[in-house]
Design a protein around this ligand. Structure first.
Ligand code: PHE
Length: 435
């Protein structure tokens, strides 16, 4: 449940619908589903297995399966690269999570009748973004440094049903509004001719890896916390299914809601048919929907954004855990000190992104999610496929899943991860560079 909590977050409700809307709707959905199940799930299995075998942070776990000196150096590059990637992701993630928190507080300010605070909370400003970004990082640090992350499983367990219930209730509401059917069509009826568009494929791959928290060493660490009694194969499948399902359902709400908002006069597309504001799309479309509900919309808006903030928190905790567990194990640092120190560094990076938003925000997202995550995920596949001895790999997966040696999974996966995954990921990249 903690791994699912890491996977389900802003990637599902902010990233996925935004990407779908700006990459041609249903064609993106189809590419995303294929890539999530065929490339991201096998890569997730690779990371979870490396972690459970190594019982330690990403660098140590990757080193444990390396045999030669150069492989151990490669292990350091991949493990440490993932840790840096996780830190950079947290730096932009905290900004969006800060927007979620201000959207949670806004209905309270409206109910209290405080107009100046309501407008401050709802409009983009340097002061608002700096305060909420820092606040969100402090919250993440406080939870990790107190070791309260033990409770994270309980939170994730409650979060998923609550999130799904509110999403379904809102979908029913949206479907009754004017314009929803046009949106539903855009989301579900693909234009197959654009599925092989190189840009669309590379974006869908990045989104799938981002959504499953891959290539950041996070799933290696979470793997190291999984008991040897658990069945890794089905556990990885559940995490993938929950994550993809929640993203799909979020799209079912947000894409039609965009068209409903447009029918109500909110400007969503430019005259050329392009999205006007990608990053803040969700924050325009959903409040417009809640406004249309009258006073009850204030409560719905509060509940929705509060749930989103919790979902962001269960993900950010996993991101911070990546550098913290490395620092604690490698430098035998005190956990509390390490957490605050790394939290401070991330706050500085995040604040710099907030200040130079137009230049840095999109750049850091592209660097980490489009390139960093798929490429580091690919290297984890190479580790499992080419470096880890097959017998030792089988021994690891057998624990908690004794019959695995005769399963379809074991017949396909090791071979698949050795050739198909690296080749397919490389192809998507080559295609996007030369396509
Ligand atoms: N998977 C998370 C989400 O969808 C984001 C994340 C990325 C978490 C990388 C950890 C590491 O919101």
């Amino acid at each position: 449940m903690a791994a699912a909590g890491s996977a389900v977050g802003l990637g599902n409700i902010w990233g996925f619908p935004t990407q779908t809307a700006s990459n041609g709707g249903a064609a993106f959905l189809v590419a995303y589903l294929i890539l999530a199940f065929c490339l991201a799930y096998p890569a997730l299995m690779a990371e979870l297995t490396i972690g459970r075998h190594g019982q330690a942070n990403a660098v140590t776990s990757l080193r444990a399966i390396s045999n030669t000196k150069s492989q151990k150096q490669f292990a350091f590059i991949v493990g440490f690269g993932g840790i840096i990637c996780a830190g950079l992701i947290l730096s932009f993630y905290a900004i969006v999570a800060g927007w979620m928190i201000s959207a949670t507080l806004e209905p309270i300010a409206t109910l209290a009748g405080n107009q100046p605070i309501t407008s401050w909370l709802s409009e983009q400003s340097l002061s608002r973004n700096l305060i909420f970004t820092t606040g969100f990082i402090i919250l993440t640090v406080a939870i990790i440094s107190r070791g309260v992350e033990n409770g994270i499983e309980k939170w994730s367990k409650r979060l998923m049903p609550a999130l799904l219930s509110i999403l379904f209730a809102l979908i029913i509401y949206v479907m009754m509004q004017d314009g929803a059917m046009t949106g539903l069509k855009a989301y579900l009826v693909p234009d197959f001719s654009s599925i092989l568009n190189p840009e669309l494929l590379v974006n869908a791959l990045g989104q799938a890896f981002f959504s499953l928290s891959l290539g950041t060493s996070v799933m290696i660490i979470y793997g190291s916390y999984i008991s040897k009694k658990e069945n890794l194969v089905s556990l990885g499948a559940y995490v993938t299914l929950i994550d993809v399902f929640i993203a799909f359902v979020a799209g079912l709400l947000i894409i039609p809601a965009m068209y409903v908002a447009q029918a109500q006069g909110v400007e969503i597309f430019s005259s050329q048919g392009e999205l006007l504001s990608e990053d803040t799309l969700v924050f325009q479309v959903l409040p417009a929907l809640f406004d249309g509900m009258g006073t009850i919309g204030l409560f719905v808006g509060f509940a929705f954004f509060a749930l989103m903030s919790i979902a962001a928190l269960t993900s950010s905790i996993s991101m911070l855990e990546a550098p913290v567990s490395y620092a604690v194990e490698r430098f035998t640092l005190d956990r509390i000190k390490a957490t605050w120190l790394i939290g401070a560094i991330i706050t500085i990076v995040s604040s710099t992104i907030v200040i130079y938003f137009d230049t840095l925000f999109g750049f850091v997202i592209t660097l980490t999610t489009k390139f960093g995550q798929p490429l580091l995920g690919l290297m984890c596949c190479l580790f499992v496929g080419w470096i880890w001895y097959r017998n030792s790999l089988l021994e690891e997966i057998k624990q908690g899943c004794p019959g695995v040696a005769n399963s379809v999974f074991w017949k396909i996966w090791p071979w698949y991860i050795k050739f198909i995954c690296p080749l397919a990921i490389a192809l998507v990249f080559i295609n996007s560079i030369f396509g």
